[in-house]
Design a protein around this ligand. Structure first.
Ligand code: PLP
Length: 369
């Protein structure tokens, strides 16, 4: 049995009829940028997250970058990001001209450590950019308390956690503003690049509607130098259909995660995902840890099981960020994660038989040692 890491084709086939209707409607409208499909999706996604505003943009990186621009965060400013996040989180800060300041995660949750966060704040810090990594909401209560005490903005990177909850509130509604990504492999994925910003901040929302569209509010009258980063009508029409299925898909991801956890619990040498009681994760990824991760990955690949590593090299050790001047050893928890984490297949279409096959192969490796 071949078990791919991700299977977007089967997911598409399960909703193809609905998608075709939506795509035909968008195409037949004759209006392809910033029209009724985008407006309708923005209204639906804002309601889903429980916020006043949603602004559709080109992708997740742009969403985060535009929020920073919308708050006038730029050169000379510092923004705190987790040391173990995907590079896009830090790139958004760099795009704005500000400096990403890295903070270690909590080893158990892989999310930003509020205690270490407070020590990283300087007079130049303007914002905290927590990531709901792997679909687990970050410790937003303590993070928001610290931000309030220091007068900082809190910007959620919600690319991996659409539908997740922290103490009963949805991600995307847990800070001053949130950027999310609808990259095809995300829990709510488009069929191309797409992203959005969610916020309750009226002034920010109004500015972002201009910034995403060349800085204009009235066509051909540019209030400031903006960007071209618009969610397109086709992707919006597709996302509106998929949003209606998101809770069902999330429920299925949670069942799969529970099944993995039940079946993997007694295997020696393996660490399973852990999360605090006050969050409801959405399992964008199911991430296990093992000291001989690379061999485990090869073992699974030889049995037709696809896995990925999120992420193999911390962003500050990437060539792209050599300029930060941070050397190996600086963030030991993040570096241990990079050595040990392995993401198992998880998507709504994964069957019990496929889960059993993955678990059997993991067990064979671990118990054969
Ligand atoms: C996917 C992702 C992004 C970027 O989203 P794009 O739509 O690819 O630009 C940002 N942050 C995190 C944590 C992500 O997983």
């Amino acid at each position: 049995m071949q078990i791919p890491f991700l299977d977007l084709k089967t997911n598409y086939e399960s909703i193809a009829d609905e998608i075709r209707v939506a795509v035909d409607r968008a195409l037949a409208s004759g209006w392809y940028i910033l029209g009724s499909e985008v407006e309708s999706f923005e209204t639906a996604f804002a309601a889903y997250c429980g916020v006043k505003h949603c602004i559709g943009v080109g992708n997740g990186l742009d969403a985060l970058h535009l929020i920073l621009r919308g708050y006038d965060i730029g050169p000379g400013d510092e923004v705190i990001v987790p040391a173990n996040t995907y590079i896009a989180t830090a790139l958004a800060v760099s795009y704005a001209g500000a400096t990403p300041v890295l903070v270690e995660p909590v080893d158990a949750t892989c999310n930003l450590d509020p205690e270490k966060l407070e020590r990283a704040i300087t007079p130049r810090t303007r914002a905290i950019l927590p990531v709901h990594l792997y679909g687990q909401p970050a410790a937003m209560g303590p993070i928001n308390d610290i931000a309030r005490r220091h007068g900082l903005k809190v910007i959620e990177d919600n690319a991996q956690a659409q539908g997740g909850c922290y103490r009963g509130a949805r991600t995307g509604a847990l800070g001053d503003a949130a950027g999310t990504s609808f990259y095809p492999g995300k829990n709510l994925g488009a069929y191309g690049d797409a992203g959005a910003i969610t916020t309750n901040d009226d002034a920010l929302a109004e500015r972002l509607r201009r910034l995403r569209n060349y800085g204009q509010r009235v066509k051909y009258y540019n209030d400031e130098q903006g960007y071209n980063s618009r969610l397109d009508e086709l992707q919006a029409a597709i996302l509106k259909v998929k949003l209606n299925h998101l809770d069902r898909w999330t429920a299925r991801r949670r069942e799969i995660a529970a099944e993995y956890t039940r079946l993997l619990a007694d295997i020696p040498g393996l660490r399973l995902p852990e999360h605090p009681a006050d969050i409801d994760p959405v399992y964008h990824l199911y991430v296990i840890r093992h000291a001989r991760r690379d061999e485990l990955q090869k073992h699974l690949a030889a049995r037709g099981i696809g896995t990925l590593i999120h992420y193999p090299l911390p962003l500050y050790l990437q060539k792209a960020y050599a300029g930060l001047g941070i050397t190996a050893g600086a963030f030991p928890i993040s570096e241990a994660m990079a050595r040990e984490v392995l993401s198992l297949p998880i998507y709504p279409e994964l069957t019990l038989e496929m889960i059993a096959t993955v678990v059997g192969a993991v067990r064979e490796f671990c118990e054969g040692e």
